[in-house]
Design a protein around this ligand. Sequence first.
Ligand code: IDP
Ligand code: MG
Length: 152
Amino acid sequence: MERECTLILLKPDTIERNLVGEVINRIEKTGMKIVGIKMFRMTDELVAEHYSHLTDKPFFKDLRDFMMETPIIALVIEGFEAVKRVRMLAGSTNPREAMPGTIRGDYSISTRKNVIHASGTIDEAKAEIKRFFREDEIFDYIRKNAMDYIVS
Ligand code: IDP
Ligand code: MG
């Protein structure tokens, strides 16, 4: 099994509702490692690139405006099968289908305002990490006092 990285965005509703710590706590509890973290504002261009599969949807303009309501927080998370695990932690896009115990199941208030973005595939993760992070903003380090306990 290979170590991998995934991208998380804490969307403006997370910042507006003071849920930043709650969401990051859930990620930390999995044992996966934070290897990049930053706050910045989305731009028209970045939203159009990040959500290029949605630019022709009727809800795109509202989605773009929402993503620029506040600065957002981006994280790069490293761990075994990180992409799949963070996706499971995030829960379904549709708030009515998001399971209790998942981040969206517990906190999303609409299909748009759903707290978190998580890369869908390993290839998507690679492209998305490049979109938001320079190479020197991603760290390689050992946690001497923590156990990355899911090893197989
Ligand atoms: P995902 O975030 O679960 O991967 P995508 O289909 O890639 O879901 O959509 C990206 C984001 O666009 C969603 O997280 C949500 O914020 C927004 N979105 C998707 N579908 C709708 C919709 O039908 N109405 C409003 N916003 C939507
Ligand atoms: Mg998606």
